[in-house]
Design a protein. Structure first.
Length: 94
C-alpha cells in the first residue's frame, strides 16, 4: 500500500484562514503549528468560526507559515487596522 500526500495545510489559530504549506513537521500531537493558538472570550471560553464567521477572514502567520518572520504569531485581515482590545487599541491610545 502506498500513501500520497497531495496538499498540506494548517490553521495556526483555530477557525482562522487555512494556511497552505510546502512542507510540515509531524509532531506527536500532529502537524507543527496546527491549532496551537485559539481565540477566547472575556471568560476564557473558546470562540470558533461557528459563532463568529469573521474569524475565517483573519490570516495567522507563525514560523511554520512565514519562516523568518521573527514573531511567534502575527494576525492580519484585509482592510483591517491592527487592534488588540484592552491592550494596544490605536484609536484609544491616541
Amino acid at each position: 500500500m502506498s500513501i500520497e500526500v497531495s496538499a498540506l495545510a494548517i490553521h495556526p489559530v483555530k477557525s482562522t484562514a487555512i494556511r497552505h504549506l510546502d512542507r510540515a513537521e509531524v509532531r506527536p500531537w500532529g502537524l507543527a503549528g496546527d491549532r496551537r493558538w485559539m481565540v477566547v472570550d472575556d471568560e476564557g471560553t473558546l470562540v470558533t468560526a461557528r459563532e463568529v464567521h469573521e474569524l475565517f477572514s483573519i490570516t495567522a502567520d507563525t514560523p511554520e507559515t512565514a519562516p523568518g518572520s521573527g514573531t511567534a504569531l502575527r494576525l492580519s485581515a484585509a482592510g483591517a487596522r491592527a487592534r488588540l482590545p484592552g491592550c494596544c487599541n490605536p484609536a484609544r491610545d491616541r
